[in-house]
Design a protein around this ligand. Sequence first.
Ligand code: HMG
Length: 464
Amino acid sequence: MTVGIDDISIYIPRLFVDARDFAVARGMDPDKLQRGLGISKMAMVDTNQDPACMAANACLRIMQKSHLSPKDIGRLYVATESSLDESKAMNSYVIGMLEQIYGDDSFEHCGGIECKFACVSGSYALYDNSNWIRAGESGGKSAIVVVSDIAKYDLGSSGEYTQGAGAVAMLVNDNPRLLEFDPKVTSTSIKNEYDFYRPFGKETPIVHGQYSNLLYLLQVKKALMLYKEKALSTGLIKLKAGETILDYIDFLSMHLPYSNMGKKALAYLLRHEWRKLPRWKKIIEKIGMEEPIPKDPRGTIESVLADSEFMTKDHEFTKKFSKTEEFQEVYDTKLASSLIASQMIGNLYTASLYLGFRSCLEFEFQKGTDLAGKRFGFGSYGSGSSAMVFSGAIKPTYKEIVKDMNLESEIGNRVKLSLEEYEEIHENKRGPKENFLDSKEEFVLIDVENIAESKGERRYVFTG
Ligand code: HMG
């Protein structure tokens, strides 16, 4: 049975903070954000938007685009780390909003939960829903998996320039028009870590930035090693002498907390895969230095980060490696298109990986690349921490979906916030009704109850 992503839709709020304005206001070199991290704009929610209404808007778009009715949907899962309630799941809010359009109880047959594991939970939700279909439990219905988040960090922190907001909805079924998942190769790694976490009641995370960068790389590499074992043992990929598994992945989508993290991850994974192959000798000659080894090669992340001599040399080596034509070729052909949307929008936590996938489809299609049959590899990472690596092949029918993709027109007219306006939103100084923008044909938040017996109840309307 083939199972995969049939269609994909996005909802990105129209307000944004410009990275250059932001850098100037914080006394930073704008090049650090634009060239160093690959950030040009960060999408921001308006005062009348939250992760639930962004998720509902993405869902409504996919329902309308694919001409679906509620009876076509058997499960609706929302993966998020911007939860609104300790108990009530975000998919219940989403169903409430969708029923404003499709009628009372129209989704009552439809199961689902809210999933949490930082940015990786959407990938677990996709995997579990695919297996629900593979197990023959779906009765011919599709699942919708929505990933929706607001990436918000403390004012003045180093995370503040890696914010963003948005939602991606994916329709999963047994006859997908877009991408068919490769069976029996999905691989995970998991470890109890405190690289990035958000204790109860705290609106912004506690982050150990450089630690989180390194942990992301290590965890994705571990999941990739397991993927490799499975891809070889199932016969999905057959390697000849001198080849690596990455030679058989045509496009890569990585979790993108900021777009240059994708490039960092590619360099790290290629180094790992290539260093045992004959091609490495030529690359080392071009780089002109041996690959550095930490003083304690089997040490902890803390010991590696504390080994400043190694960190400096390794940074220099990575920079030189990233400039080789061998790296550049892989970067340009397999990764670069997936990074464009992230530069324009910022971190969407759970939704970042899938926005990257969508970005690759749209911009490769625009270049005239024939994507049919091409294999996409996905590197999903969630702090705390877990990684998932999986893959899928693009279906010959993909053009039906991809031909209409247009990020700019799907976002709509974007409106730049002044730094003062951004800080007002960030510090929650305005209520839901003090919104900056008028909304048309979308769900918005109008009220959050504050009296004891109904505290936290949220009301949404669909704007005409
Ligand atoms: P930082 O300390 O501000 O930045 O932290 P930096 O000093 O590492 O500089 C960043 C890059 O800019 C470097 O590039 C600099 O060289 C360059 P690199 O050398 O590494 O390639 N740079 C410049 N370039 C041009 N002109 C200049 C200049 N100055 C410096 N003048 C960090 C950056 C991402 C750590 C910080 O923003 C942060 O903590 N962000 C939040 C955490 C995060 O995004 N972590 C990523 C991995 S963990 C993850 O992805 C999970 C997550 O999404 C959450 C979840 O799972 O739920 C976060």
